[in-house]
Design a protein. Structure first.
Length: 544
């Protein structure tokens, strides 16, 4: 029988969470799903859409697209990891739908996949449904992930990160199927098109579980096997999980040899490796985007010369930043490591130089040519830490106030009194101080893009300490997060009408027969600059 005291969240958490994620994704991408808009910004239109469409056209003829003779003077196709043709969703979706619909589906479904992955990862860590939902919003609608749609293979790859941590945890805890789950998740992430992010995910996973092993060194380590636990392993070797992690990694590599072997040949016979000499550092001004995402301007603003957003924005919403600060003051973090968080933060800021040191000691680290590649893992860690703070903030254990609906009359009176005289009052005041401080600094860095949502989210954040019901406080915190992240993310979901792709450039009818056009370097340089009275006009001019 159902427990009448249980909420619907506790009875059907996964079903409710997935339904809410579907609703949020549907609303966020409503112009694409229900309208005629499509993704165009940056690499989406000038690189991925035309090349993926070419590969789908060739595959529909029963030919594996090994070599693209229609790009430049001919380029490898299957051997290029960014074509992601060993990644099953790409050829499957392109075989089922039109190129435009398949392109849109890849982006939208992987955004949903990231949200779901973090949800199941958080639930596996023991967080409540409400807290897990909050963490999923912070990770899934961080500007870093939202802007990854501009370079779609980045979004595809990042969407697997929480699934890998979930599978790694199953493997570490010796749960059934953990090794197989981890092998599959790693293989898919590796095939998704941005191998350097898979490499960094592997480093992050190793760092996390080394920390956990040292943390739990006093407890008898578990045995590792593909099936059930084999009893406590000898305490002299607490790192037996390394064998299974390494085996999962090798399995993932073995699957990806289908494109990896020809890629090695491409790497050796071209100037591909020269990319490792071009390193892009993020600095403190980039870090300031954690407080104000448009401190360097908005991509649609006049004379914008700011960062390429998916590798430089730290914005996870101001409520999440308040949670991080409040949790740091009260030292609530038990499951996540503050030290690991700061390591990721330092690595993402290339100007601090830690990445240059790692190039000397870590094989393969020289391919990490942008310190901003670490931000996806930093955002995951930040979302994890905010969940720990939210659990402390909104519950009886170390929180602001208890849920009065489950108190006796005497307990209620004592709680009301303590709110004005005890530690609760100090915690409430500190929460308000932290919120005003964070929002004040954000406003000082520049005028908010949309002032009303900015201040409205602060008002909802204040509601977290006004009401006594845990559910109401949770609602105010989630709403404040949605307002803070949603207003910024919506402004960066940059779309154009599908006719942009459907209508060919006007120069093509000039060709008397099939052939190709080549432009001089000055013309190509000019085409790389967007100019126009509107985004649609600027992109049309660039296409021409």
């Amino acid at each position: 029988m159902k427990n009448p005291s249980q909420s619907e969240w506790e009875r059907w958490p996964n079903l409710i969470a997935v339904s809410l994620f579907l609703a949020l994704i549907g609303f966020f991408y409503r112009e694409v799903i229900f309208g005629s808009s499509i993704f165009v910004f940056v690499d989406a239109s000038r690189f991925f859409y035309p090349l993926w469409k070419w590969g789908a056209d060739v595959l529909s003829q029963g030919i594996i697209p090994l070599w693209n003779s229609d790009a430049q003077f001919g380029t490898p196709y299957f051997a290029d990891p960014q074509m992601a043709y060993a990644y099953p969703p790409v050829p499957i979706l392109y075989s089922l739908f039109s190129p435009l619909n398949a392109f849109a589906a890849l982006i939208i479904l992987h955004h949903l996949w990231a949200l779901m992955g973090f949800w199941f990862f958080a639930r596996g860590q023991g967080f409540s449904p409400k807290t897990s939902f909050l963490g999923s919003l912070i990770f899934g609608f961080s500007l870093h992930l939202v802007c990854s749609s501009w370079t779609p293979v980045a979004l595809l790859t990042i969407s697997w990160i929480p699934w890998i941590f979930l599978a790694a945890d199953k493997t570490y805890e010796n749960k059934n199927g953990g090794f197989l789950y981890l092998s599959f998740a790693w293989a898919m992430q590796f095939a998704a098109g941005y191998p350097v992010l898979t490499y960094l995910t592997g480093l992050a996973v190793g760092l996390n579980y080394f920390w956990r092993t040292f943390k739990d060194v006093g407890a008898p380590p578990r045995g590792r096997s593909l099936g059930r636990a084999q009893g406590p392993a000898p305490t002299i070797f607490p790192f037996s999980w390394l064998w299974w992690f390494a085996g999962a990694g090798l399995t993932a590599v073995a699957y990806n040899l289908v494109w990896g072997i020809p890629f090695v040949d491409l790497f050796l016979r071209s100037n591909y490796q020269n990319g490792a000499t071009k390193f892009h550092d993020l600095g403190l001004l980039d870090l300031a985007t954690v407080l104000n995402p448009f401190v360097q301007g908005h991509p649609l603003g006049a004379d914008y010369h700011g960062p390429h957003y998916w590798v430089s924005t730290y914005f996870i919403g101001l409520p999440a930043l308040c949670l991080l600060l409040w949790g740091g003051i009260y030292r609530v973090y038990r499951k996540s490591s503050v030290a690991v968080f700061f390591i990721f933060l330092v690595l993402s800021l290339g100007v601090l130089g830690l990445g240059r040191i790692l190039k000397l000691v870590l094989p393969g680290y020289g391919l990490v040519i942008h310190s901003g590649y670490w931000i996806s893992l930093l955002v995951l860690w930040a979302a994890w830490m905010t969940m720990e703070t939210a659990d402390s903030l909104l519950t009886e254990k170390g929180g602001l106030t208890a849920d009065k609906s489950r108190m006796t009359p005497i307990e209620k009176k004592r709680r009301v009194l303590s709110a004005f005289t005890g530690d609760d009052r100090g915690r409430k005041i500190l929460w308000i101080v932290v919120a005003v401080f964070v929002y004040g600094i954000s406003a000082a860095l520049g005028q908010p893009l949309l002032p009303f949502p900015f201040w409205l989210s602060l008002v909802f954040l204040g509601g977290v300490v006004i009401f006594n019901s845990t559910s109401v406080r949770w609602f105010f915190l989630v709403t404040a997060t949605l307002i803070s992240l949603g207003s910024a993310a919506s402004s960066l979901n940059i779309l154009l009408d599908q006719s942009y792709y459907d209508k060919p450039p006007e120069v093509l009818p000039w060709l008397s027969k099939g052939g190709r056009l080549y432009f001089s370097p000055p013309v190509m340089k000019e085409a790389g600059v967007l100019r126009g009275d509107s985004m649609a006009q600027a992109y049309e001019m660039a296409k021409q």
